[in-house]
Design a protein around this ligand. Structure first.
Ligand code: ADP
Ligand code: MG
Length: 586
């Protein structure tokens, strides 16, 4: 993205606050003028103040000094306040946009970049905020101050001022040279922050695994090397940043020396009556020049922030521009029946060499249950994930009630589906909020019914605050089976015509399995169900069973048909039914 469009896009976010911006700019301009008034006051004091000994001057000049600083202080306060107000608003808007974007990203994109999404939303935006405040507050005010002081210098003595201004291009040269290095350092800084977040996230999530497998030193090493990389990039940023100021000052001192030399010569030779020939004029000129140093220093520092901001803005905007979940369908699926048909469906994961599903043809009538069995890795979850369009088939199509799933709007497609997965995902909220997740007006009586149907009511009512008990981070305060029953209650509450159960009962012990199984049987009645289970006992009564083998549909039929066929299903069945621990005898 070219730099200009980067800035104009950033400016687009600030546009809503143009009035605040105007106030802030006005305040800054006024501050800059007060800056030039101090040397002017000096000139007046030295040229006339000590000669005209009027009572008025003795009081007025000291008062004017305090007054000047009072006005200046007020102006600085107001313009800083307003600039911070704008900055925080822009950062907030950017962060909200990024979060909204993240929610619309395709499921597949999360497999690669979880840690760095968090870092992007948290840190990259923060850096942009700092840049805006630096650029809005410092750069503008300092540039105006420089302009005011330079104008005053030109007014005092144009020739000397022009000589002094020759340092300008030298300083610009330094800044240019360092900008590229600053950007490189900024980019590597962002990458290492991404890695740091990643290691941090993973170490929190996998803390038990780290403890038992004693991965502390591995994790420590991973964290430390990312941290060291971050430090190095900070150093790479600091070197040009801290070199600019002394170099700028050196160049300015050369100019100052030259001016002093010329001015002294001028005074000695008694040349024409330029502003600088008076003692007051000379002091004012030198004062104004010295006063230029501080804003110049700040301006060169702004460059550091500006370069970092540019890198961050690039990262944030390319994130905001990344492709979203495809949703080209415009048919509202308003009256679902629940007929599902796979027509020659294949799916290959991005960057995978082999298809995970190949040429699948099948049909599920409304209200029927399809069971999917097969070894792990045979493609069962992939098949289930195609239904709510977490991804789209790479070949073939899925028809829902006779319409291609791609043509249905994503919202209406997902509104009529409920999903229970193997890894139970709960929010750090109350039991009730987890069951009625996504509902704006949850109905407590209905939540209770769902909990009862999922055989979860017994443990819920034993919780300290019942339905209003917080489940902890990712449901940590509940057992695996309890978590699973909550996620089943969530599906029951949604009451959708299509139900997908991906190993939904895997975390249950035999006892709760049986009661949940009853709940599930109730839930499944009258709905189209796709049930994935490794325990054949749970799929025996399905209307149809398909067996997947390495992504291909190997066998299909009812339980008894498949047993008779004496193929994969029959041998799986023999294995499980002979094994007393399989729970198949339930
Ligand atoms: P099952 O649920 O039957 O155990 P899956 O549908 O999860 O199997 O996986 C089928 C195949 O697809 C496996 O070989 C697996 O390695 C592969 N696979 C699953 N998810 C991804 C992914 N995100 N990226 C690449 N390959 C994947
Ligand atoms: Mg699976």
């Amino acid at each position: 993205m070219p730099t200009s469009s980067l800035y104009s896009r950033l400016f687009g976010y600030a546009k809503a606050y143009k009035w605040a911006y105007a106030i802030s700019l006005l305040g800054m301009a006024a501050t800059a003028v007060t800056e030039a008034m101090l040397p002017a006051m000096m000139k007046f004091l030295l040229d006339q103040g000590f000669q005209v000994q009027s009572e008025l001057h003795v009081v007025a000049i000291p008062l004017a000094i305090v007054g000047l600083f009072l006005v200046k202080g007020l102006l600085i306060y107001v313009s800083n306040y307003v600039a911070t107000w704008i900055t925080t608003h822009v950062t907030m808007a950017l962060r909200n946009d990024m979060f909204a974007k993240m929610l619309r990203l395709p499921a597949a994109s999360f497999a690669d970049a979880q840690g760095s999404y968090i870092a992007k939303v948290l840190y990259d935006v923060l850096n942009i905020g700092e840049t805006i405040s630096q650029v809005v507050i410092s750069a503008f005010r300092e540039a105006l101050t420089v302009a005011a002081l330079v104008a005053y210098l030109l007014y005092l003595d144009a020739r000397l001022a022009l000589i002094a201004l020759c340092v300008g291009p030298v300083i610009v040269g330094f800044v240019r040279v360092f900008s590229k290095r600053l950007r490189q350092a900024g980019r590597s800084g962002l990458e290492s922050i991404g890695q740091l977040t990643h290691v941090l996230e993973e170490s929190v999530a996998c803390q038990k695994i780290i403890k038992i497998y004693q991965g502390q030193s591995t994790e420590k090493h991973r964290f430390e090397s990312a941290n060291a990389r971050f430090r190095r990039s900070q150093m790479r940023e600091a070197i040009p940043a801290s070199a600019t100021t002394p170099l700028t000052h050196l160049a300015a001192s050369v100019a100052l020396a030259l001016i002093v030399y010329l001015a002294l010569n001028q005074v000695n030779q008694g040349e024409g009556a330029t502003g600088v020939t008076s003692v007051g004029g000379f002091v004012a000129f030198i004062t104004a020049m010295l006063m230029l140093l501080a804003p110049l220093k700040k301006l060169t520092e702004v460059n550091t922030a500006l370069q970092r901001g540019r890198v961050c803005a690039q990262s944030v905007f390319s994130f905001l521009d990344s492709p979203e979940e495809a949703d080209k369908g415009d048919i509202e699926w308003a009256h679902p029946l629940g007929r599902i048909e796979f027509q020659n469906v294949s799916y290959t994961y991005p960057q995978a060499s082999m298809p995970s599903l190949e040429a699948i043809n099948l049909c599920i009538e409304p209200g029927q249950t399809l069971a999917v069995v097969g070894a792990s890795g045979s493609g069962k979850s992939t098949l289930a994930a195609l239904l709510p369009r977490f991804m789209s088939p790479t070949q073939g199509q899925i028809l829902i009630d006779g319409v291609s799933a791609e043509q249905l709007s994503l919202t209406s497609l997902r509104r009529h589906m409920a999903l229970v997965t193997q890894e139970v995902l709960l929010f750090n909220d109350t039991v009730a909020a987890n069951i009625a997740y996504g509902q704006i007006n949850p109905d407590l009586a209905q939540i209770e019914r769902a909990a009862k149907a999922a055989n979860a009511w017994e443990f819920i009512s034993a919780l300290p605050m019942g339905l209003h008990t917080n489940v902890g981070d990712a449901g940590m305060k509940l057992s695996g089976g309890q978590r699973q029953r909550l996620s089943i209650a969530r599906a029951i509450y949604k009451n959708a015509p299509i139900l997908i159960l991906d190993e939904a009962t895997s975390a249950l012990d035999a006892e709760s399995d049986r009661s949940v199984q009853t709940a599930l049987t109730n839930l499944m009645r009258g709905r189209t169900c796709v049930v994935i289970a490794h325990r054949l006992s749970t799929v025996q009564h399905a209307d149809r069973i398909i067996v997947l083998n390495q992504g291909r549909l190997a066998e299909a039929g009812t339980h008894s048909e498949l047993i008779q066929r004496n193929g994969i299903y029959a041998s799986l069945s023999r294995l499980q039914f002979n094994d007393p621990t399989s729970g198949a005898s339930n």
